[in-house]
Design a protein around this ligand. Structure first.
Ligand SMILES: Nc1nc2c(ncn2[C@@H]2O[C@H](COP(=O)(O)OP(=O)(O)OP(=O)(O)O)[C@@H](O)[C@H]2O)c(=O)[nH]1
Ligand SMILES: [Mg+2]
Length: 406
């Protein structure tokens, strides 16, 4: 699967036009164009069908598509032809939906993290976990990983025809048996601290039996929500792509600034490292603020367009980055080094060449680090702003069919 999400929503020409708009400072139009595309019906939705080997994933996909194993274009079924790489199949009932047949989560001999990488787990928009006989530990792990991404999934207990047969042989009431299976799934989701999804008990061989019809209609009615969640989650990466050319130009400006900061330190004045580092960093910071800041007027336009108060938009923009604290320590250390060289320079106890070189290098590094962080923070706040125009739903739970459906 392609890693970049942008081509899904914008053509190359549209992307370039958005990049140019952003580089020219037209943040509002860029964000409003992104907002408009959300309603587009032409977005391809990728649904991963996953679970242990032999659980019935390929059979389920074939039945969803109205083909039988062995038909041309059908997913291979059975242990000997097990899928090794994810394979996408169009789902004719819902245009622009692609069902991906993933290899069994226990069949490649990898540990879970390597398996997830191999199947590009995070590339999909929605997930269907297929499980046979009982809830597996891997089902719990997979569902956690899905919810951590803020995406949704269904849980399928496959081969329910086998359970029906066993219950019949044992004289167990099938309705009660189904209720117990559902309850067991719910208990297991609670045990692994996952918000239970919609649960379907199906036979992959019977498209009209058990919960199969409910699953199909649930998917059809959940599709708009799946699309909007996929779109909302793609916004930070889309914005990064749109911001890329402008970021590159500003990055070069910062590098020049940092060299200026270091080069001025070569002049043989003892207080210069501190002075040049401070001056260059502050002036660069003000320049970035002017270049990338979003004005009150622009915020007002966006607030009016999406009927969301400016104060909320600002709060979303200022959401701190998780990486912000990590770089505080190197910044503080560099500042201490610069101050130390300045103080030592004033006392005149060290060879001037050593002081000048070290002072210049630390000034350069400090200016570079502070301004690069500031650049990325400002770009990120615009990404947050674009994301703030969409409803936040937190953990996405799809319950078109109540989990207690009998
Ligand atoms: N009785 C019954 N058999 C099923 C059902 N679903 C799948 N099977 C059978 O289970 C076996 C494995 O099915 P597959 O669809 O190949 O399973 P898979 O999960 O794709 O397996 P891998 O690709 O190897 O991971 C096949 O023999 C299917 O005919 C079902 O709902 N009921
Ligand atoms: Mg298969």
């Amino acid at each position: 699967m392609a890693q970049s999400v942008l081509p899904k929503y914008f053509s190359d020409t549209e992307t370039r036009s958005l990049q140019t708009g952003y580089s020219n400072g037209d943040v509002v139009s860029v964000i409003l164009r992104i907002k408009r595309v959300e309603d587009s019906g032409n977005v391809l939705i990728n649904i991963a069908v996953l679970g242990d080997g032999g659980a019935g994933k390929s059979t389920f996909i074939n039945t969803m598509r109205g083909v039988r194993s062995g038909d041309q274009g059908a997913a291979p079924v059975g242990g000997y032809e097990a899928s090794v790489n994810p394979v996408g199949y169009p789902y004719p009932s819902l245009p622009n939906v692609q069902l991906w047949d993933l290899p069994g989560s226990n069949s490649l001999g990898f540990e879970m993290s390597r398996y997830l990488k191999q199947v590009q787990f995070e590339s999909y928009d929605f997930y269907i976990i297929v499980s046979q006989s009982r809830f597996r530990e891997s089902d719990g792990e997979l569902s956690k990983k899905i919810q951590q991404q803020g995406k949704g999934f269904y849980y399928i207990r496959s081969k329910i025809d086998n359970d029906a047969y066993s219950m019949q042989m044992q004289g167990t009431d099938f309705g009660e048996g189904q209720r117990q299976i559902r309850q067991d799934c719910l208990d297991n989701f609670h045990r692994v601290s996952v918000e239970p999804p919609a649960i379907f008990l199906i036979s992959g061989l019977e498209v009209t039996g058990y919960d199969f019809p409910k699953l199909q209609s649930a998917l059809a009615s959940d599709l708009p929500k799946i699309k909007s969640t996929a779109y909302r989650l793609a916004i930070p990466r889309m914005m990064q792509e749109i911001q890329r050319p402008r970021r590159q130009i500003l990055m070069w400006c910062i590098i020049l600034w940092a060299f200026l900061s270091g080069a001025l330190g070569v002049l043989r004045l003892p207080t210069l490292p501190l002075l040049t580092a401070t001056l260059c960093t502050v002036s660069g910071w003000i320049y970035l603020r002017r270049q990338l800041g979003v004005s009150e007027r622009e915020l007002g336009i966006l607030s009016g367009a999406v009927a969301k108060p400016v104060s909320l938009l600002k709060a979303d923009m200022d959401r701190p980055s998780p990486h912000k604290l990590q770089l505080l320590v190197p910044k503080a250390l560099l500042l201490v080094v610069i101050v130390a060289f300045t103080v030592v320079g004033l006392t005149g106890t060290f060879p001037p060449v050593l002081l000048i070189v070290c002072g210049a290098v630390s000034s350069l590094a400090f200016t570079l680090l502070v301004l690069m962080c500031s650049l990325d923070d400002r770009l990120r706040s615009v990404q947050n702003l674009a994301g703030a125009l969409f409803d936040e739903t937190g953990v996405t739970v799809y319950r078109s069919v109540a989990v207690s459906t009998a």
